[in-house]
Design a protein around this ligand. Structure first.
Ligand SMILES: [Zn+2]
Length: 434
């Protein structure tokens, strides 16, 4: 096994010898067995010192997609013999191509132990009975998240999705204390309870802990307050991961809602400037794209892999809870970032401004019709149902964006219903140039 007991409570200095030893073995494994990285590095040896990793080129999701298309099903970054893989996950492939993720026995054990650290930090204990309500069909959120819940010592009920009436009865009949689901799922349950269980309130179910992950909105204080009020349970961000790299390696604790990095013994994090790829120091106050290197991975090891997530590092000293990993927030996706006169802007920041205008529906697009640089942000905002564009609204929205974000905006308004209603994630930033 290649994990350190309680690594999340271990100081950076004490972890260092372990990290160096893990990397010595891993770099040898990757250099000898990964055709993908041999090609990318053009025969150069990976550095012996982890701190010299920035000498190597970055790798990214588009490269992995090509690798799996050219070398199906696992890609030529599969670095272990096929017979060593014991679990295969598939991503949903909403962007076109499903990705295949293979894990060895050791990969599974490491994934489950680190995910278990996250669920424990979020408050799950061996005294809890937790129901896991994510889809078990192929993706990591099902079986593998289930195993991370079990790694805490809690008793786990494998429920999956659907059959909500049966779920409500199960919660009542077996004394369930915690639920693991998406942040939008409690609202679904509330509707079922109101329709099918007259006289019952969500509060009556006796859940004490909601373990969430996988969707934005969790950081919204209004969401947290609503969950506490309606259910009497404490909402916790228990699950942050990067598909293709690691299922779950960061979570909040009871003292601090920011994500704590929990995988220092098996994952090496870096920060880069998303536009240039230049390394940034991983220290408090820095914002950049998270780049990850496996220190322990048999099947599909990745080195300097761009997560696509822009994170803000808030603290690097140990938390009140005793965990030593740096604490951070995810502020957006790198492909959604628009740089306007040196300001890094994300759709979520624009949304926060637009939501202050009752005459707007809240839906919008940022349409970029030519390559950067940009000196203004083009925002097309939709009017609320039954609203007409009033005099001065365009100017007021532009002034709001200038005041809150510091950027000049070119605002236009469109009637309600202009933008199609899409299932799942809506792409707010649209690039129409070639
Ligand atoms: Zn903490």
């Amino acid at each position: 096994m290649s994990l350190i007991e309680r690594a999340e409570f271990t100081s950076a200095e004490s972890l260092r010898a372990h990290q160096d030893a893990a990397w010595a073995a891993q770099r040898d494994h990757v250099a000898r067995r990964s055709a993908f990285y041999s090609d990318l590095w053009q025969g150069a040896d990976p550095p012996a010192d982890l701190r010299d990793l920035p000498r190597l080129p970055l790798s990214d999701k588009a490269q992995l997609r090509r690798s799996q298309a050219d070398h199906p099903p696992l890609g030529n970054y599969m670095a272990a013999p096929r017979r060593d893989a014991v679990r295969l996950h598939r991503t949903s492939g909403t962007t076109g191509q499903a990705m295949n993720l293979a894990l060895s026995v050791r990969d599974c054990a490491v994934t489950e132990a680190v995910g278990g650290r996250c669920q424990s930090a979020a408050g799950l204990t061996p005294d809890d009975t937790v129901v896991h309500c994510l889809n078990y069909q192929m993706w990591m959120g099902g079986l593998t998240d289930h195993m991370t819940l079990q790694a805490t010592g809690a008793m786990v009920v494998p429920f999956g999705v659907g059959a909500t009436e049966r779920l409500v009865r199960t919660i009542q009949e077996v004394g369930i204390t915690a639920i693991s689901c998406t942040p939008s799922y409690p609202a679904v349950l509330e509707r079922v309870i109101a329709e099918k269980f007259p006289g019952l309130s969500p509060h009556d179910l006796g859940l004490r802990l909601g373990l969430f992950g996988g969707e934005a909105g969790l950081d919204d204080p209004a969401f947290r307050a609503r969950i506490r009020g309606m259910w009497g349970m404490e909402p916790r961000n228990a699950n942050y991961g990067v598909s293709d790299v690691f299922c779950n390696f960061a979570a909040q604790c009871e003292h601090d809602t920011r994500l704590h990095f929990m995988a220092a013994d098996v994952l090496w994090p870096e920060l880069i400037a998303p536009e240039t790829g230049a390394p940034l120091p991983l220290e408090a106050g820095q914002t950049g794209e998270l780049v990850l290197t496996h220190l322990v991975r048999d099947c599909q090891p990745l080195v300097r892999f761009r997560s696509g997530d822009i994170i803000a590092v808030d603290a690097t000293e140990p938390c009140t809870c005793g965990r030593t990993g740096f604490r951070f927030r995810v502020v957006g996706r790198s492909d959604d970032m628009v740089v306007v006169r040196g300001l890094n802007l994300f759709p979520s920041m624009v949304a926060a401004v637009l939501n202050e205008f009752g005459a707007l529906s809240g839906d919008y697009r940022i349409t970029l019709d030519r390559p950067p640089p940009y000196d203004a942000l083009p925002v097309t905002a939709e009017l609320a149902r039954g609203q007409d564009a009033t005099d001065g609204l365009v100017e007021a929205v532009a002034a709001g964006i200038k005041a809150k974000l510091g950027a000049t905006a070119r605002v236009s308004l469109v009637p309600h219903g202009t933008f199609p209603v899409t299932e799942g994630k809506t792409k707010r930033v649209q690039r129409t140039y070639q």
